[in-house]
Design a protein around this ligand. Structure first.
Ligand SMILES: [Fe+2]
Length: 241
C-alpha cells in the first residue's frame, strides 16, 4: 500500500472550520491512517479576521492529537504549521511567530480567497520570497485569476515557489475549471506537493488515494512518490525541493 504525507490538514479540533470535536479529529485521523497517510502537517488557518487567534488553541489541540497518535499509531508522524490567509500584517505575524511556518522551517503555506486578483498573489509571493521565506501556494488549482497565468506559475516555480494541489480537486470537488487546471499543472510538471486540505468527515475528507488513479496514469513512479511523500518531508526538514 502506498504511503502518503498530508501537508495540508484542518484536522485539529475547535480551532477553525476544521474538526469540531476531539471525536471528529480522532475519526479523521483514523480515516487518514486507513488511506495510507503516515505523516501529517497540521495547518489550521491563520486568518485573524475569520477565526481569531488560532495560535494557542491549535497548540492544545495538537498536544491532544500527539497523545492519541503515540498510543494508537506509533508509526505515524505529525507536525504543526499554519495556513496563512495572506493579509497586510502577514509578514509581521510570521516574524513575530504568531503565525507558524511549516514545522519551524522556512516554508510557509499561504492561501487567498478564491476570487483574489492576480496582482495580489504576485505581490504577496514576492514579499514572502524577499523576506527569506519559501512560500507554498495552497490549492493552486482553485484561483480563477491563475487559470490563464501559466507563465507566472512557471516563473514562480523557477524562483523557488512551491505549488500545492488538493487531492480531491482532480475529481471535480471544486468544479470542472479547477479539475482542468489541476491536470494541466501536473502535465506541465509545475506541481511539488499534493495534500488533502481535509476539513471534516463528510465533504472535505482527509484522503490522498483519490488522486492516485490520475497520477499513476500520467506520471512516472518517482514523480508520484515526490508529489505524495518525498517533497513534503523536504518541507518539514527545511531542505530545498
Ligand atoms: Fe486549507
Amino acid at each position: 500500500m502506498a504511503q502518503f504525507f498530508d501537508l495540508h490538514s484542518h484536522m485539529l479540533c475547535g480551532v477553525d472550520d476544521g474538526a469540531k470535536s476531539p471525536e471528529e479529529m480522532f475519526s479523521m485521523l483514523e480515516m487518514a491512517y486507513e488511506d495510507g497517510i503516515r505523516a501529517i502537517c497540521l495547518t489550521p488557518h491563520y486568518s485573524p479576521y475569520l477565526f481569531g487567534d488560532t495560535t494557542k488553541t491549535s497548540e492544545q489541540s495538537f498536544a491532544m492529537l500527539q497523545k492519541y497518535v503515540a498510543e494508537k499509531h506509533p508509526d505515524m508522524r505529525i507536525f504543526l504549521g499554519h495556513e496563512l490567509g495572506y493579509h497586510r500584517s502577514a509578514l509581521d505575524a510570521l516574524n513575530e511567530g504568531t503565525c507558524r511556518s511549516m514545522a519551524g522551517s522556512r516554508y510557509v503555506l499561504v492561501d487567498f480567497p478564491e476570487s483574489v486578483e492576480f496582482f495580489e498573489v504576485q505581490s504577496a509571493m514576492g514579499s514572502l520570497q524577499r523576506a527569506g521565506y519559501f512560500p507554498i501556494l495552497a490549492h493552486t488549482e482553485r484561483y480563477r485569476c491563475l487559470f490563464k497565468q501559466l507563465g507566472w506559475i512557471e516563473d514562480f516555480v523557477y524562483n523557488g515557489g512551491i505549488v500545492q494541489l488538493n487531492a480531491g480537486s482532480v475529481n471535480g470537488d471544486w468544479g470542472r475549471g479547477c479539475a482542468k487546471q489541476w491536470k494541466k499543472l501536473i502535465r506541465k510538471g509545475l506541481v511539488h506537493i499534493i495534500s488533502t486540505d481535509g476539513h471534516n468527515l463528510t465533504k472535505r475528507l482527509p484522503l490522498m488515494s483519490v488522486c492516485m488513479p490520475y497520477l499513476q496514469k500520467h506520471c512516472d513512479e518517482q514523480t508520484v512518490r515526490d508529489l505524495t511523500w518525498e517533497n513534503a518531508w523536504r518541507v518539514v526538514r527545511d531542505e530545498r525541493i
